[in-house]
Ligand binder design. Structure first.
Ligand code: 57M
Length: 358
């Protein structure tokens, strides 16, 4: 809004030029979302308690018993502060900002449906798996159609480390993109099992994507770093920054011992959006490194289930996803969380260094 209202005044008052800069608006968007979350968080959590959004706790991991009654659906706080910050600081005429908002809210609504259904039913039973998956796929199809039909966007893949190989997969890019968004959404959801465990690595990934989107939308940097240049994608840096701020604000309350969980409304929306950002910045495959921690958690489940079926009852881990394995080995929760964060920072740095290694 400030961009649309105040930047045109720069022709008379040069001070207003500041509202043109993506870098300035990104910082402001991050600060706005963060401060807004910290300010409204306590009232929001009290409201969740009032409407009885307490999380059902499984009894198989004993240390989680103390978490009983912690409200869930904190993802609504992320959504509210994100939208507020975007309204103030983004160029509201930018096509990609609206697409990103659509992806976030679309996946969020599927999650919200699941969260509400879990509250209504006994023992955490949400909507059926097929219904959740169908909702996610529908949102991803809409997002992919919008991306694919954009003349500035191409169906060429960016291959890490190979500057001259950009295979055009044509129409296959549509199902590929849908897979990336849905997989990413579910991977973040699986990871969301300890205080701050999902939001920490998500913040790291968002910071990486804020750099990727800035580079992709800037002719000079894109040419220098040999990444595809896509006009107007630079504005998405402000979106990434706002979501980083909203995520940090949520972490303020979700850090161990958590006062609130994000719920599926948070995990599905953040995961789906990370997938969308990777597609938008043409860093589809690098997402596996940026979100490497989510990939590792998901692989631990796939291997655990596969090995269990193959051997007729044997397990690789004490329990999957991987964080449960360490919990059952007696590693304190805060230690697992911080170490997983460190691993995600390492992966984020590796992903960034891939910009230069071509
Ligand atoms: C998300 N949700 C948490 C909270 C959060 C296929 C299978 C691997 C699926 C997986 C599963 O159900 N994953 C879905 C995990 C739950 O958190 C809620 O869910 C939201 C996210 N969707 O926002 O609202 C619990 O996680 C803890 N938590 C925190 N802090 C947080 O900030 O402590 C969450 C957020 C909360 C709280 O205790 O109640 C969850 O784990 O349910 N299933 C599993 O992960 C199960 N694993 C399993 O069965 N493994 C098997 C096979 C199938 C691989 C095996 O290893 O043999 C475990 N889930 C639980 N206990 N709760 C089993 C042990």
């Amino acid at each position: 809004m400030f961009y649309n209202l105040l930047a045109p005044l720069a022709s008379d008052w040069t001070f207003f030029n500041v509202f043109r800069y993506i870098t300035f608006r990104s910082m402001a968007a991050m600060i706005t979302a963060l401060v807004a979350s910290i300010l409204i968080g306590p009232r929001f959590i009290a409201w969740l308690h009032r409407i009885k959004c307490g999380q059902f706790i499984h009894e198989d991991v004993k240390t989680h018993a103390a978490k009983a009654g912690t409200p869930t659906m904190g993802g609504l706080l992320v959504l509210t502060t994100l939208l507020f910050s975007l309204l103030l600081w983004t160029d509201l005429s930018n096509y990609y900002i609206w697409q990103a908002v659509l992806v976030f809210t679309g996946f969020g609504l599927v999650g919200l449906w699941d969260d509400f259904s879990k509250l209504r039913h006994h023992k955490n039973r949400g909507i059926p798996g097929w219904a959740k998956m169908t909702g996610q796929i529908l949102v991803a199809i809409v997002a992919m159609c919008l991306l694919y039909t954009n003349p500035d966007y191409s169906s060429r893949l960016t291959i890490p480390f190979a500057k001259d190989i950009n295979p055009d997969i044509g129409l296959l890019y549509l199902p590929f993109g849908v897979f990336i968004m849905v997989a990413s959404s579910n991977a973040v959801n699986l990871t969301d099992g300890l205080d701050g465990l999902a939001i920490g690595p998500a913040i790291v990934a968002l910071l990486v994507f804020s750099i990727f989107s800035y580079v992709t939308g800037n002719t000079r940097f894109a040419t220098y770093l040999l990444v595809p240049y896509i006009p107007d994608v630079g504005e998405v840096t402000v979106f990434c920054a706002a979501l980083t701020g909203a995520g940090l604000g949520f972490l303020w309350f979700n850090t161990y011992p958590a006062q609130v969980f994000m719920g599926d409304v948070g995990s599905l929306s953040i995961g789906g959006t990370l997938g969308y950002l990777a597609l938008l910045c043409k860093q589809e495959l690098v997402l596996a490194v940026v979100g490497g921690l989510f990939v590792i958690e998901t692989l631990s489940v796939i291997f655990q289930v596969g090995y269990f079926r193959w051997t007729g009852g044997k397990r690789i881990f004490r329990m999957a996803p991987l964080h449960h394995h360490f919990e059952l080995k007696g590693v304190p929760e805060s230690k697992i969380i911080i170490r997983f964060w460190i691993a995600s920072i390492l992966l984020g740095l590796m992903a960034l260094s891939m910009l230069k290694l071509r």
